[in-house]
Ligand binder design. Structure first.
Ligand code: HEC
Length: 220
C-alpha cells in the first residue's frame, strides 16, 4: 500500500465532480455515488444496487475506497484496469445505460467542465481524458486492453475484496447475502475454517476490522 498517491489536484477535482454527476447515466438519474457512497463505506448498503431504470443489478456494489489499488476490478476480476471497469459501468444496460459519445456531448455543453478540462489537459475535454479524470489522474502505466480469462477452474472463484472500511459496507459477499458482518463471519468460519466461531472470537474480529476504517477526504 503506497503511503501517498501522486495525483494532480485539478484532475482529482474533476474526477470528484464526474463521480457525483448523474449526467453520466443514460437518463441522468444515477451517478457513481448513487451506488458508491464514499461517506458510507463506498457502497450503497443494499444487497443489489439499483441501476438507472431502477432495476436491481446482479451483484452487490463493493466499496470504491482504495479501488485504484485493486489488482483486478469486479467480483470476478473481469476488468484489469479502472479504465476497463469504467467503460463497462457506463455502457452497462442495467447500471448506467449510456455511451461515451453521449456523456461527452452532454458534458461539452457545460462551461465549467470545458474550462476545467482545458486547464487540466492539453487537449481539453475528450473521451480519453474523461476516463483519466475519473480515476483521479493517477499514474496509469497499466493502461491497455483487458481480457477476461475463460478458465473453468475460475468458475465460482471470486476476488477477495478489500477490508478497508468493511464494517461500514454491509451487506456482504458478491450477492449481498450476509446482512451483517456477524453473519458474514459465520459463513466464513463454516466454509473457510470448517468450524463455528464463538461470540467472543467474532466480537474480537469485528473490533479488529473496525480499526481498518478511515475517514474519506472532505468528510468530517
Ligand atoms: C447502479 C449501481 C452502480 C453504479 C451507478 C456504479 N457502480 Fe461501480 N459497481 C457496482 C456494482 C454492482 C459493482 C460490482 C460489479 C461486479 O463485480 O460485477 C461495481 C464495481 C465497481 C468497481 C470495482 C471495485 C472492486 O473492488 O472490484 C469500481 C472501481 C466501481 N464500481 C467504480 C464505479 C464508478 C467510478 C462508477 C461511475 C462511473 C460506478 N462504479 C457506478 C454498482 C454501481
Amino acid at each position: 500500500m503506497p503511503l501517498s498517491l501522486h495525483q494532480d489536484p485539478a484532475k482529482a477535482a474533476l474526477g470528484r465532480r464526474l463521480f457525483n454527476d448523474v449526467r453520466l447515466s443514460g437518463n441522468s438519474s444515477v451517478s457513481c455515488a448513487s451506488c458508491h457512497n464514499v461517506a458510507r463505506g463506498g457502497g450503497d448498503q443494499r444487497a443489489k444496487s439499483l441501476g438507472f431504470l431502477g432495476q436491481p443489478g446482479a451483484v452487490n456494489a463493493p466499496t470504491v475506497l482504495n479501488a485504484a489499488l485493486n489488482f483486478k476490478q469486479f467480483w470476478d476480476g473481469r476488468a484489469d484496469t479502472l479504465e476497463a471497469q469504467l467503460d463497462m459501468v457506463i455502457r452497462n444496460p442495467v447500471e448506467m445505460g449510456s455511451s461515451w459519445p453521449a456523456v461527452l456531448a452532454r458534458l461539452a455543453g457545460d462551461a465549467a467542465y470545458r474550462d476545467g478540462f482545458a486547464a487540466a489537459y492539453r487537449d481539453g475535454l475528450t473521451i480519453a481524458n474523461l476516463d483519466f479524470a475519473q480515476r483521479g489522474g493517477a499514474n496509469d502505466a497499466d493502461r491497455g486492453r483487458y481480457a477476461v480469462i475463460h478458465n473453468s477452474d475460475d468458475l465460482h472463484v471470486f476476488k477477495v475484496p478489500s477490508l478497508r472500511n468493511v464494517t461500514r459496507s454491509a451487506p456482504y459477499f458478491h450477492d449481498g447475502s450476509a446482512a451483517t458482518l456477524e453473519q458474514a463471519l459465520d459463513v466464513l468460519f463454516k466454509f473457510q475454517l470448517g468450524r463455528s466461531g464463538s461470540k467472543q472470537d467474532k466480537a474480537d474480529i469485528i473490533r479488529f476490522l473496525n480499526t481498518l476504517n478511515s475517514t474519506p477526504a472532505g468528510q468530517p
